[in-house]
Write a protein of this length. Structure first.
Lengths: 233, 294
Protein backbone atom coordinates (compact mmCIF):
# COMPACT_ATOMS: atom_id res chain seq x y z
CA UNK A 1 0.00 0.00 0.00
CA UNK A 2 1.41 3.44 -0.94
CA UNK A 3 1.25 6.53 1.14
CA UNK A 4 -1.61 8.87 0.37
CA UNK A 5 -0.86 11.60 2.94
CA UNK A 6 2.48 12.75 4.25
CA UNK A 7 2.99 15.60 6.76
CA UNK A 8 6.49 16.74 7.56
CA UNK A 9 7.25 19.28 10.33
CA UNK A 10 3.98 21.01 9.56
CA UNK A 11 3.05 24.19 11.38
CA UNK A 12 -0.19 26.12 11.13
CA UNK A 13 -0.86 29.60 12.38
CA UNK A 14 -4.06 31.66 11.90
CA UNK A 15 -3.11 35.21 11.05
CA UNK A 16 -0.57 36.55 13.51
CA UNK A 17 -1.71 34.33 16.40
CA UNK A 18 0.29 31.53 17.99
CA UNK A 19 0.89 28.26 16.16
CA UNK A 20 -2.16 26.01 16.34
CA UNK A 21 -0.17 23.06 15.05
CA UNK A 22 3.57 22.62 15.49
CA UNK A 23 6.02 20.16 14.00
CA UNK A 24 3.38 17.66 12.98
CA UNK A 25 4.81 14.74 11.04
CA UNK A 26 3.00 11.56 10.02
CA UNK A 27 2.19 9.39 7.05
CA UNK A 28 -1.15 7.81 6.15
CA UNK A 29 -1.23 4.73 3.98
CA UNK A 30 -3.77 4.47 1.18
CA UNK A 31 -6.65 2.32 2.37
CA UNK A 32 -5.86 2.82 6.07
CA UNK A 33 -8.35 3.57 8.84
CA UNK A 34 -7.26 6.24 11.31
CA UNK A 35 -8.74 7.79 14.41
CA UNK A 36 -7.62 11.20 15.53
CA UNK A 37 -8.17 11.98 19.19
CA UNK A 38 -7.32 14.79 21.54
CA UNK A 39 -8.94 17.25 23.87
CA UNK A 40 -11.12 20.04 22.57
CA UNK A 41 -8.92 22.82 21.20
CA UNK A 42 -5.92 20.51 20.85
CA UNK A 43 -5.79 21.07 17.09
CA UNK A 44 -7.73 18.13 15.65
CA UNK A 45 -9.96 20.28 13.45
CA UNK A 46 -6.97 22.35 12.28
CA UNK A 47 -5.17 19.18 11.29
CA UNK A 48 -8.24 17.99 9.41
CA UNK A 49 -8.48 21.35 7.64
CA UNK A 50 -4.98 20.83 6.31
CA UNK A 51 -6.03 17.35 5.20
CA UNK A 52 -9.08 18.52 3.27
CA UNK A 53 -7.29 21.57 1.87
CA UNK A 54 -9.27 24.25 3.66
CA UNK A 55 -5.96 25.62 4.93
CA UNK A 56 -2.41 25.66 3.69
CA UNK A 57 0.43 25.02 6.18
CA UNK A 58 2.40 28.07 7.32
CA UNK A 59 5.50 25.89 7.42
CA UNK A 60 6.54 22.35 6.65
CA UNK A 61 5.30 20.13 3.85
CA UNK A 62 1.91 18.53 3.26
CA UNK A 63 1.86 15.96 0.48
CA UNK A 64 -1.47 14.60 -0.74
CA UNK A 65 -1.77 11.96 -3.44
CA UNK A 66 1.97 12.32 -4.00
CA UNK A 67 1.92 16.06 -4.62
CA UNK A 68 2.90 19.05 -2.52
CA UNK A 69 -0.49 20.38 -1.40
CA UNK A 70 1.06 23.51 0.09
CA UNK A 71 2.10 24.86 -3.27
CA UNK A 72 -0.82 23.62 -5.38
CA UNK A 73 -2.07 26.36 -7.71
CA UNK A 74 -5.65 27.41 -6.98
CA UNK A 75 -6.90 26.00 -10.26
CA UNK A 76 -5.88 22.46 -9.20
CA UNK A 77 -7.49 22.54 -5.75
CA UNK A 78 -10.99 21.48 -6.96
CA UNK A 79 -9.59 18.32 -8.53
CA UNK A 80 -7.90 17.38 -5.27
CA UNK A 81 -10.92 18.29 -3.15
CA UNK A 82 -13.17 16.04 -5.23
CA UNK A 83 -10.98 13.13 -4.12
CA UNK A 84 -11.62 13.96 -0.45
CA UNK A 85 -14.95 13.55 1.31
CA UNK A 86 -15.52 15.68 4.40
CA UNK A 87 -17.99 15.38 7.25
CA UNK A 88 -17.86 18.72 9.00
CA UNK A 89 -18.38 18.97 12.73
CA UNK A 90 -21.13 21.55 12.14
CA UNK A 91 -22.43 19.55 9.11
CA UNK A 92 -22.46 22.60 6.79
CA UNK A 93 -25.56 21.46 4.97
CA UNK A 94 -27.14 24.00 2.65
CA UNK A 95 -30.43 24.94 4.31
CA UNK A 96 -32.04 26.10 1.05
CA UNK A 97 -31.67 22.63 -0.53
CA UNK A 98 -33.55 19.42 0.25
CA UNK A 99 -31.84 16.42 1.81
CA UNK A 100 -31.76 14.85 -1.67
CA UNK A 101 -30.13 17.89 -3.28
CA UNK A 102 -27.61 18.22 -0.45
CA UNK A 103 -26.49 14.64 -0.93
CA UNK A 104 -26.48 15.02 -4.73
CA UNK A 105 -24.31 18.15 -4.59
CA UNK A 106 -20.86 16.48 -4.90
CA UNK A 107 -22.05 14.54 -7.95
CA UNK A 108 -23.45 17.68 -9.57
CA UNK A 109 -20.25 19.58 -8.80
CA UNK A 110 -18.34 16.75 -10.48
CA UNK A 111 -20.54 17.09 -13.57
CA UNK A 112 -22.41 13.78 -13.26
CA UNK A 113 -25.54 13.70 -15.46
CA UNK A 114 -28.89 14.16 -13.71
CA UNK A 115 -30.07 10.77 -14.99
CA UNK A 116 -27.15 9.10 -13.18
CA UNK A 117 -27.63 10.90 -9.89
CA UNK A 118 -31.01 9.77 -8.62
CA UNK A 119 -30.29 6.07 -7.99
CA UNK A 120 -27.07 6.46 -5.94
CA UNK A 121 -28.51 9.38 -3.95
CA UNK A 122 -31.67 7.48 -3.02
CA UNK A 123 -29.59 4.43 -2.17
CA UNK A 124 -27.32 6.49 0.06
CA UNK A 125 -30.28 8.15 1.78
CA UNK A 126 -31.75 4.71 2.40
CA UNK A 127 -28.42 3.59 3.83
CA UNK A 128 -28.42 6.36 6.41
CA UNK A 129 -32.08 5.68 7.19
CA UNK A 130 -33.54 8.82 5.69
CA UNK A 131 -35.58 7.53 2.76
CA UNK A 132 -38.65 9.16 4.25
CA UNK A 133 -36.97 12.59 4.48
CA UNK A 134 -35.79 12.97 0.89
CA UNK A 135 -37.54 16.29 0.33
CA UNK A 136 -37.02 17.67 3.82
CA UNK A 137 -34.79 20.69 4.24
CA UNK A 138 -32.04 20.61 6.86
CA UNK A 139 -33.65 23.12 9.26
CA UNK A 140 -36.59 20.74 9.63
CA UNK A 141 -34.34 17.77 10.46
CA UNK A 142 -33.00 16.75 13.87
CA UNK A 143 -29.29 17.07 14.64
CA UNK A 144 -28.79 13.35 14.13
CA UNK A 145 -30.60 13.40 10.79
CA UNK A 146 -28.54 16.35 9.63
CA UNK A 147 -25.39 14.51 10.59
CA UNK A 148 -26.44 11.50 8.56
CA UNK A 149 -27.16 13.73 5.56
CA UNK A 150 -23.68 15.23 5.99
CA UNK A 151 -22.16 11.76 6.02
CA UNK A 152 -24.14 10.69 2.98
CA UNK A 153 -22.94 13.80 1.14
CA UNK A 154 -19.34 13.10 2.09
CA UNK A 155 -19.32 9.54 0.80
CA UNK A 156 -21.66 9.73 -2.21
CA UNK A 157 -18.85 10.45 -4.69
CA UNK A 158 -16.71 7.57 -3.39
CA UNK A 159 -13.78 9.73 -2.26
CA UNK A 160 -10.24 8.36 -1.92
CA UNK A 161 -9.96 9.91 1.53
CA UNK A 162 -12.86 10.42 3.91
CA UNK A 163 -12.25 12.97 6.66
CA UNK A 164 -14.90 13.04 9.39
CA UNK A 165 -14.92 15.45 12.32
CA UNK A 166 -16.93 13.92 15.20
CA UNK A 167 -19.26 12.10 12.80
CA UNK A 168 -21.23 10.28 15.49
CA UNK A 169 -21.55 13.11 17.97
CA UNK A 170 -25.30 13.58 17.47
CA UNK A 171 -26.56 10.10 16.71
CA UNK A 172 -27.74 7.27 18.97
CA UNK A 173 -25.45 4.23 19.51
CA UNK A 174 -27.33 2.11 16.97
CA UNK A 175 -26.94 4.72 14.26
CA UNK A 176 -23.30 5.24 15.27
CA UNK A 177 -22.69 1.53 14.70
CA UNK A 178 -24.48 1.71 11.37
CA UNK A 179 -22.36 4.68 10.25
CA UNK A 180 -19.23 2.94 11.38
CA UNK A 181 -20.20 -0.03 9.23
CA UNK A 182 -20.58 2.34 6.32
CA UNK A 183 -17.10 3.73 6.94
CA UNK A 184 -15.70 0.22 7.18
CA UNK A 185 -17.41 -0.80 3.96
CA UNK A 186 -15.91 2.22 2.23
CA UNK A 187 -12.55 1.42 3.77
CA UNK A 188 -12.74 -2.12 2.42
CA UNK A 189 -13.33 -0.61 -1.02
CA UNK A 190 -10.03 1.26 -0.65
CA UNK A 191 -11.04 4.61 0.85
CA UNK A 192 -8.67 5.96 3.45
CA UNK A 193 -10.69 6.97 6.51
CA UNK A 194 -9.66 9.61 9.04
CA UNK A 195 -12.12 10.11 11.90
CA UNK A 196 -11.64 12.72 14.60
CA UNK A 197 -13.52 11.63 17.73
CA UNK A 198 -13.64 11.63 21.48
CA UNK A 199 -15.72 8.46 21.46
CA UNK A 200 -13.56 5.66 22.93
CA UNK A 201 -16.32 3.14 22.22
CA UNK A 202 -16.12 4.02 18.58
CA UNK A 203 -12.34 3.63 18.56
CA UNK A 204 -12.58 0.23 20.26
CA UNK A 205 -15.01 -1.00 17.57
CA UNK A 206 -12.29 -1.03 14.92
CA UNK A 207 -9.25 -2.73 16.40
CA UNK A 208 -7.29 -2.59 13.18
CA UNK A 209 -7.61 1.22 13.00
CA UNK A 210 -4.57 3.27 13.86
CA UNK A 211 -4.71 6.05 16.38
CA UNK A 212 -3.29 9.59 16.30
CA UNK A 213 -3.42 11.80 19.33
CA UNK A 214 -3.09 15.57 19.20
CA UNK A 215 -2.12 17.52 22.28
CA UNK A 216 -1.54 21.25 22.32
CA UNK A 217 -1.00 21.31 18.59
CA UNK A 218 1.46 18.40 18.45
CA UNK A 219 1.15 14.72 17.67
CA UNK A 220 2.12 12.99 20.89
CA UNK A 221 2.29 9.60 22.51
CA UNK A 222 3.33 10.48 26.03
CA UNK A 223 1.55 7.57 27.70
CA UNK A 224 2.14 4.96 25.03
CA UNK A 225 -1.60 4.86 24.33
CA UNK A 226 -1.24 5.20 20.59
CA UNK A 227 -2.28 2.11 18.81
CA UNK A 228 -0.12 1.37 15.77
CA UNK A 229 1.12 5.00 15.75
CA UNK A 230 1.34 6.32 12.20
CA UNK A 231 4.97 6.22 11.20
CA UNK A 232 6.77 9.52 11.17
CA UNK A 233 9.49 9.71 8.51
CA UNK B 1 -33.10 19.13 -21.62
CA UNK B 2 -35.08 18.13 -18.56
CA UNK B 3 -31.86 17.50 -16.65
CA UNK B 4 -30.51 20.87 -17.72
CA UNK B 5 -33.65 22.64 -16.52
CA UNK B 6 -33.58 20.74 -13.27
CA UNK B 7 -29.95 21.66 -12.69
CA UNK B 8 -30.54 25.30 -13.60
CA UNK B 9 -33.38 25.38 -11.06
CA UNK B 10 -31.12 23.89 -8.39
CA UNK B 11 -28.38 26.37 -9.27
CA UNK B 12 -30.79 29.25 -8.74
CA UNK B 13 -32.01 27.69 -5.47
CA UNK B 14 -28.42 27.48 -4.24
CA UNK B 15 -28.41 31.27 -3.99
CA UNK B 16 -31.99 31.60 -2.88
CA UNK B 17 -32.82 35.11 -1.72
CA UNK B 18 -35.75 36.41 -3.69
CA UNK B 19 -35.93 39.84 -2.09
CA UNK B 20 -32.43 40.90 -3.16
CA UNK B 21 -33.22 39.53 -6.61
CA UNK B 22 -36.22 41.85 -6.98
CA UNK B 23 -34.13 44.84 -5.93
CA UNK B 24 -31.62 44.04 -8.65
CA UNK B 25 -34.40 43.56 -11.22
CA UNK B 26 -35.93 46.89 -10.15
CA UNK B 27 -32.63 48.73 -10.57
CA UNK B 28 -32.16 47.15 -13.98
CA UNK B 29 -35.70 48.14 -14.99
CA UNK B 30 -34.87 51.79 -14.26
CA UNK B 31 -31.49 51.53 -16.00
CA UNK B 32 -32.98 50.02 -19.15
CA UNK B 33 -35.89 52.47 -19.12
CA UNK B 34 -33.40 55.36 -19.23
CA UNK B 35 -31.15 53.57 -21.73
CA UNK B 36 -33.94 52.85 -24.17
CA UNK B 37 -35.15 56.45 -23.97
CA UNK B 38 -31.60 57.71 -24.57
CA UNK B 39 -31.13 55.20 -27.37
CA UNK B 40 -34.42 56.22 -28.97
CA UNK B 41 -33.40 59.89 -28.73
CA UNK B 42 -30.04 59.12 -30.34
CA UNK B 43 -31.56 57.05 -33.13
CA UNK B 44 -34.36 59.57 -33.75
CA UNK B 45 -31.91 62.44 -33.89
CA UNK B 46 -29.66 60.48 -36.25
CA UNK B 47 -32.67 59.81 -38.51
CA UNK B 48 -33.66 63.46 -38.43
CA UNK B 49 -30.12 64.66 -39.17
CA UNK B 50 -29.85 62.12 -41.98
CA UNK B 51 -33.13 63.40 -43.41
CA UNK B 52 -31.90 66.99 -43.33
CA UNK B 53 -28.66 65.96 -45.01
CA UNK B 54 -30.51 64.08 -47.73
CA UNK B 55 -33.00 66.86 -48.33
CA UNK B 56 -30.64 69.81 -48.28
CA UNK B 57 -27.38 68.39 -49.57
CA UNK B 58 -28.00 69.63 -53.15
CA UNK B 59 -30.44 72.44 -52.46
CA UNK B 60 -29.08 75.80 -53.69
CA UNK B 61 -30.55 79.25 -54.13
CA UNK B 62 -29.08 81.63 -56.72
CA UNK B 63 -29.83 85.26 -55.97
CA UNK B 64 -29.37 88.08 -58.43
CA UNK B 65 -29.84 91.73 -57.49
CA UNK B 66 -30.23 93.99 -60.53
CA UNK B 67 -32.27 97.21 -60.52
CA UNK B 68 -32.74 97.20 -64.33
CA UNK B 69 -35.69 94.93 -64.99
CA UNK B 70 -34.65 94.15 -68.59
CA UNK B 71 -31.10 93.20 -67.68
CA UNK B 72 -32.37 91.30 -64.65
CA UNK B 73 -34.81 89.16 -66.71
CA UNK B 74 -32.19 88.45 -69.40
CA UNK B 75 -29.60 87.37 -66.85
CA UNK B 76 -32.16 85.29 -65.00
CA UNK B 77 -33.02 83.40 -68.18
CA UNK B 78 -29.33 82.90 -68.95
CA UNK B 79 -28.73 81.66 -65.41
CA UNK B 80 -31.60 79.16 -65.58
CA UNK B 81 -30.41 77.87 -68.94
CA UNK B 82 -26.72 77.78 -67.95
CA UNK B 83 -27.31 76.04 -64.62
CA UNK B 84 -29.66 73.50 -66.20
CA UNK B 85 -26.74 72.36 -68.41
CA UNK B 86 -24.53 71.55 -65.41
CA UNK B 87 -24.29 67.76 -64.98
CA UNK B 88 -26.05 66.58 -61.80
CA UNK B 89 -28.63 69.35 -61.75
CA UNK B 90 -32.10 67.84 -61.49
CA UNK B 91 -34.23 70.96 -61.23
CA UNK B 92 -33.86 74.69 -61.90
CA UNK B 93 -36.73 77.03 -61.32
CA UNK B 94 -37.00 80.77 -61.05
CA UNK B 95 -39.34 81.90 -58.31
CA UNK B 96 -42.01 84.11 -59.93
CA UNK B 97 -42.77 87.61 -58.74
CA UNK B 98 -46.01 86.60 -57.02
CA UNK B 99 -44.14 84.07 -54.89
CA UNK B 100 -41.54 86.67 -53.94
CA UNK B 101 -44.26 89.13 -53.03
CA UNK B 102 -45.79 86.56 -50.67
CA UNK B 103 -42.36 85.85 -49.13
CA UNK B 104 -41.68 89.55 -48.61
CA UNK B 105 -45.17 90.52 -47.47
CA UNK B 106 -44.26 90.49 -43.75
CA UNK B 107 -41.66 93.20 -44.43
CA UNK B 108 -43.09 95.12 -47.42
CA UNK B 109 -46.82 94.66 -47.05
CA UNK B 110 -48.77 95.20 -50.28
CA UNK B 111 -45.91 97.32 -51.69
CA UNK B 112 -44.33 94.09 -52.82
CA UNK B 113 -47.06 93.79 -55.45
CA UNK B 114 -45.96 97.08 -57.06
CA UNK B 115 -44.49 96.05 -60.48
CA UNK B 116 -42.09 99.03 -60.39
CA UNK B 117 -40.47 97.88 -57.16
CA UNK B 118 -37.17 96.19 -58.07
CA UNK B 119 -37.09 92.68 -56.65
CA UNK B 120 -34.13 90.29 -56.62
CA UNK B 121 -34.25 87.16 -58.79
CA UNK B 122 -34.31 83.92 -56.81
CA UNK B 123 -33.51 80.68 -58.66
CA UNK B 124 -34.19 77.45 -56.84
CA UNK B 125 -31.71 74.68 -57.82
CA UNK B 126 -31.77 70.99 -56.91
CA UNK B 127 -28.59 69.12 -57.72
CA UNK B 128 -26.49 66.22 -56.54
CA UNK B 129 -24.18 67.20 -53.65
CA UNK B 130 -21.13 66.85 -55.96
CA UNK B 131 -22.55 69.32 -58.47
CA UNK B 132 -22.88 72.26 -56.02
CA UNK B 133 -19.44 73.68 -56.80
CA UNK B 134 -20.05 73.47 -60.56
CA UNK B 135 -23.43 75.24 -60.20
CA UNK B 136 -21.71 78.05 -58.28
CA UNK B 137 -19.01 78.33 -60.96
CA UNK B 138 -21.58 78.34 -63.78
CA UNK B 139 -23.68 81.04 -62.04
CA UNK B 140 -20.59 83.24 -61.52
CA UNK B 141 -19.62 82.85 -65.17
CA UNK B 142 -23.03 84.01 -66.36
CA UNK B 143 -23.58 86.77 -63.77
CA UNK B 144 -20.52 87.83 -61.81
CA UNK B 145 -22.61 89.38 -59.01
CA UNK B 146 -24.92 86.34 -58.61
CA UNK B 147 -24.90 84.96 -55.09
CA UNK B 148 -25.21 81.20 -54.54
CA UNK B 149 -26.42 80.01 -51.13
CA UNK B 150 -26.52 76.44 -49.98
CA UNK B 151 -29.69 75.67 -48.00
CA UNK B 152 -27.62 73.37 -45.78
CA UNK B 153 -25.62 76.40 -44.66
CA UNK B 154 -28.75 78.08 -43.31
CA UNK B 155 -29.73 74.96 -41.41
CA UNK B 156 -26.25 74.20 -40.13
CA UNK B 157 -27.05 75.44 -36.56
CA UNK B 158 -30.03 73.05 -36.46
CA UNK B 159 -27.85 70.29 -37.88
CA UNK B 160 -25.23 71.09 -35.23
CA UNK B 161 -27.84 70.94 -32.46
CA UNK B 162 -29.09 67.57 -33.69
CA UNK B 163 -25.54 66.28 -33.87
CA UNK B 164 -24.87 67.42 -30.30
CA UNK B 165 -28.09 65.79 -29.12
CA UNK B 166 -27.03 62.57 -30.83
CA UNK B 167 -23.66 62.56 -29.07
CA UNK B 168 -25.33 63.33 -25.73
CA UNK B 169 -27.63 60.35 -26.26
CA UNK B 170 -24.69 58.07 -27.10
CA UNK B 171 -22.87 59.39 -24.02
CA UNK B 172 -25.91 58.67 -21.84
CA UNK B 173 -26.17 55.10 -23.14
CA UNK B 174 -22.47 54.56 -22.42
CA UNK B 175 -22.72 56.08 -18.94
CA UNK B 176 -25.73 53.90 -18.10
CA UNK B 177 -23.91 50.85 -19.49
CA UNK B 178 -20.95 51.64 -17.25
CA UNK B 179 -23.32 52.11 -14.29
CA UNK B 180 -24.93 48.75 -15.08
CA UNK B 181 -21.54 47.06 -15.07
CA UNK B 182 -20.86 48.82 -11.75
CA UNK B 183 -24.15 47.62 -10.28
CA UNK B 184 -23.40 44.07 -11.45
CA UNK B 185 -19.97 44.32 -9.82
CA UNK B 186 -21.43 45.49 -6.50
CA UNK B 187 -24.19 42.88 -6.58
CA UNK B 188 -21.64 40.15 -7.35
CA UNK B 189 -19.46 41.25 -4.43
CA UNK B 190 -22.47 41.43 -2.13
CA UNK B 191 -23.50 37.98 -3.39
CA UNK B 192 -20.08 36.56 -2.58
CA UNK B 193 -20.37 37.92 0.97
CA UNK B 194 -23.99 36.89 1.48
CA UNK B 195 -23.45 33.39 0.15
CA UNK B 196 -19.99 32.93 1.60
CA UNK B 197 -21.00 29.82 3.59
CA UNK B 198 -22.61 28.21 0.56
CA UNK B 199 -19.61 29.06 -1.62
CA UNK B 200 -17.20 27.69 0.99
CA UNK B 201 -19.11 24.40 1.06
CA UNK B 202 -19.16 24.27 -2.74
CA UNK B 203 -15.42 24.84 -2.82
CA UNK B 204 -14.87 22.11 -0.24
CA UNK B 205 -16.90 19.76 -2.41
CA UNK B 206 -14.63 20.55 -5.33
CA UNK B 207 -16.41 23.37 -7.14
CA UNK B 208 -14.22 25.45 -9.39
CA UNK B 209 -14.28 29.24 -9.27
CA UNK B 210 -15.89 29.15 -12.69
CA UNK B 211 -18.77 27.03 -11.38
CA UNK B 212 -19.32 29.49 -8.55
CA UNK B 213 -19.10 32.41 -10.99
CA UNK B 214 -21.73 30.75 -13.19
CA UNK B 215 -24.16 30.57 -10.27
CA UNK B 216 -23.93 34.32 -9.71
CA UNK B 217 -23.80 35.06 -13.44
CA UNK B 218 -27.06 33.21 -14.06
CA UNK B 219 -28.77 34.98 -11.21
CA UNK B 220 -27.62 38.44 -12.29
CA UNK B 221 -28.30 37.78 -15.99
CA UNK B 222 -31.82 36.59 -15.12
CA UNK B 223 -32.51 39.65 -12.96
CA UNK B 224 -31.08 41.99 -15.60
CA UNK B 225 -33.18 40.41 -18.34
CA UNK B 226 -36.32 40.44 -16.23
CA UNK B 227 -35.91 44.01 -15.01
CA UNK B 228 -34.56 45.08 -18.39
CA UNK B 229 -37.57 43.68 -20.21
CA UNK B 230 -39.95 45.58 -17.92
CA UNK B 231 -37.97 48.83 -18.27
CA UNK B 232 -37.63 48.39 -22.02
CA UNK B 233 -41.35 47.76 -22.54
CA UNK B 234 -42.25 50.86 -20.52
CA UNK B 235 -39.74 52.97 -22.44
CA UNK B 236 -40.86 51.62 -25.82
CA UNK B 237 -44.46 52.49 -24.99
CA UNK B 238 -43.35 56.04 -24.18
CA UNK B 239 -41.28 56.26 -27.37
CA UNK B 240 -44.25 55.02 -29.44
CA UNK B 241 -46.40 57.74 -27.85
CA UNK B 242 -43.78 60.39 -28.71
CA UNK B 243 -43.58 59.08 -32.26
CA UNK B 244 -47.32 59.46 -32.67
CA UNK B 245 -47.14 63.03 -31.32
CA UNK B 246 -44.23 63.87 -33.65
CA UNK B 247 -46.18 62.64 -36.65
CA UNK B 248 -48.98 65.07 -35.73
CA UNK B 249 -46.65 68.11 -35.74
CA UNK B 250 -46.25 67.97 -39.53
CA UNK B 251 -42.71 69.31 -39.14
CA UNK B 252 -40.23 67.90 -41.65
CA UNK B 253 -37.35 67.94 -39.16
CA UNK B 254 -39.34 66.44 -36.27
CA UNK B 255 -41.11 64.05 -38.63
CA UNK B 256 -37.70 62.88 -39.78
CA UNK B 257 -37.07 61.61 -36.26
CA UNK B 258 -39.49 58.72 -36.84
CA UNK B 259 -37.80 55.43 -35.94
CA UNK B 260 -37.37 52.75 -38.60
CA UNK B 261 -38.02 49.03 -37.90
CA UNK B 262 -34.27 48.44 -37.54
CA UNK B 263 -34.17 51.13 -34.81
CA UNK B 264 -36.98 49.42 -32.89
CA UNK B 265 -35.11 46.12 -33.21
CA UNK B 266 -31.96 47.71 -31.80
CA UNK B 267 -33.91 49.10 -28.85
CA UNK B 268 -35.50 45.72 -28.16
CA UNK B 269 -32.03 44.12 -28.18
CA UNK B 270 -30.70 46.54 -25.55
CA UNK B 271 -31.74 44.44 -22.50
CA UNK B 272 -29.99 41.42 -24.00
CA UNK B 273 -26.86 43.48 -24.51
CA UNK B 274 -27.06 44.77 -20.95
CA UNK B 275 -27.61 41.25 -19.60
CA UNK B 276 -24.46 40.14 -21.43
CA UNK B 277 -22.57 43.13 -20.04
CA UNK B 278 -23.75 42.37 -16.50
CA UNK B 279 -22.82 38.71 -16.97
CA UNK B 280 -19.29 39.54 -18.06
CA UNK B 281 -18.87 42.07 -15.22
CA UNK B 282 -20.10 39.48 -12.71
CA UNK B 283 -17.85 36.77 -14.03
CA UNK B 284 -14.76 38.98 -13.90
CA UNK B 285 -15.60 40.20 -10.39
CA UNK B 286 -16.24 36.72 -8.99
CA UNK B 287 -13.14 35.18 -10.55
CA UNK B 288 -10.98 38.06 -9.37
CA UNK B 289 -12.39 38.05 -5.83
CA UNK B 290 -12.22 34.28 -5.41
CA UNK B 291 -8.71 34.28 -6.83
CA UNK B 292 -7.61 36.29 -3.79
CA UNK B 293 -8.88 33.56 -1.44
CA UNK B 294 -7.16 30.24 -0.64
Amino acid sequence: MGNIVHFENVGLRYGTGPETLSDVSFTLAAGGFYFLTGASGAGKTSLLKLLYLAQRPTRGAVRLFGEDAGSLPRARLPGFRRRIGVVFQDFRLLPQLSAYDNVALPLRVAGVRESEIEAPVLEMLAWVGLSARVTARPPTLSGGEQQRIAIARAVIARPEILVADEPTGNVDPDMADRLLHLFEALNRLGTTIVVATHDLHLISRIPRAQLMRVEKGRLVDPSGLLRHPPGAP
Amino acid sequence: MNGFRQRAAIDLRLLGDGQRSWVMAGIMAIMLFLTVLSGALGLGVARSAGGIDRQLAGQLTVQLVEPDAGVRDARAKALVAGIARVPGVTRVREADRAELAVLLKPWLGDAGLDPDLPMPVLIDVAASPDAAAQVTAAARRIARDARVDSSARWLSPVRGLLSTLGWVAIGLVLVIAAATAGVALLVARAGLDTHRDTIDVLHMLGSTDLQVARLLQRRIARDTLLGGAIGTLAALALVALFQAKLALTGSEILGGATLAPVDWTLLVLLPIGFALLATVATRMTVLHTLGLRL
